[in-house]
Design a protein around this ligand. Structure first.
Ligand code: DAK
Length: 259
């Protein structure tokens, strides 16, 4: 797929997506958001994609927020419409994707950029990364799920501190409070993400999708236990379940087909 603001490449079942507006610190303008929605939908429906690594171009920023120059003119109605559309096609679409998304945070992850990283299933930060939700410095609050996902990840007290002070947290602090899973030197960032996805790739794809769905249900207004029961039962109907059990009994490595 050829995009204007993204570089996307599928290699060995991993879809690499790079937000490519380095001069604007990869800020999310409307065109970039539309392209992200497209690539997320592609990942969800394409069997060859077993996981996604999302990162920013260059060594300075993952994403320094929504494009301030663009959203400065919005009114309440536009804000609401864009927020709804963004939640549905991008932020919730990542969180609810059957494919695991890893955010490789290679620098500033601010505002909408941190919200994007928080929608991903796993976050890895480079040592130079700085993370924050500076919306209140602009007279706004986070509008792409930041108040909810930050609270889920770090708890109410830290979320209130981070959002109301608008202070950035370092990568080390982010790891300490559970905002990122790992911190690694910048040169190792993509390798670390690949290392994790290469393990996930060996597992049963439909079981991975069911696990993500059940875990995400625990965070929303759904009965997560009921979803887990449903998803657990579905696994018994899959060829992957039969293959996994046969491989164990026959003392060989399972070869999963995602069926
Ligand atoms: N938007 C547009 N351009 C940006 C940008 C941004 N968010 N961040 C950086 N840039 C641009 C700068 O304007 C500059 O461009 P030129 O002036 O060279 O043309 C270039 O990137 C390099 O930035 P700096 O010169 O500022 O670089 P420094 O190293 O000095 O500073 C910085 C790095 C990350 C500390 C600084 O750039 C900065 O504070 N950036 C802004 C961070 C920020 O406040 N982000 C926005 C948070 S609010 C919505 C839903 C959600 C949102 C909005 C709407 N709807 C549903 C409608 C979300 C809002 C946010 O994300």
């Amino acid at each position: 797929m050829v995009y204007q603001n993204l570089i996307s490449e599928l290699k060995e079942n991993i879809l690499y997506v790079v937000i490519n507006r380095e001069k604007a610190l990869n800020a999310l303008n409307k065109d970039t958001l539309n392209e992200l929605a497209d690539v997320i939908a592609f990942a969800g429906k394409t069997n060859e994609v077993r996981g996604v690594i999302l990162t920013g171009a260059g060594e300075k920023a993952f994403v320094a927020g929504a494009d301030i120059k663009e959203f400065s003119e919005y009114n309440a109605k536009e804000g609401e419409e864009l927020a709804k559309r963004g939640h549905e096609n991008i932020f919730n679409a990542i969180e609810n994707s059957p494919k695991p998304f890893i955010a490789a945070i290679n620098g500033f992850a601010l505002g909408g950029g941190l919200e994007l990283a928080m929608a991903c299933h796993i976050r890895i930060a480079s040592e130079n990364a700085k993370l924050g939700l500076p919306e209140v410095t602009l007279g706004l609050i986070p509008g792409y799920g930041g108040t909810q996902r930050l609270t889920q990840l770090v708890g109410k007290g830290k979320a209130i501190e981070i959002i109301t002070t608008a202070n950035m947290v370092t990568a080390a602090e982010a790891e300490k409070i559970g905002l990122v899973n790992y911190v690694v030197p910048q040169a190792d960032l993509i390798n670390k993400a690949e290392e994790i996805l290469n393990v996930i790739k060996q597992r049963a794809p439909l079981a991975i999708a069911s696990a993500i769905k059940s875990i995400v249900a625990s965070l929303n207004e759904e009965n997560g236990y009921a979803i887990e029961i449903e998803e657990f039962a579905k696994c018994f109907e899959t060829a992957d379940f039969k293959e996994g059990v046969s491989a164990f009994v026959e003392k060989r490595k399972a070869i999963f087909t995602g069926k």
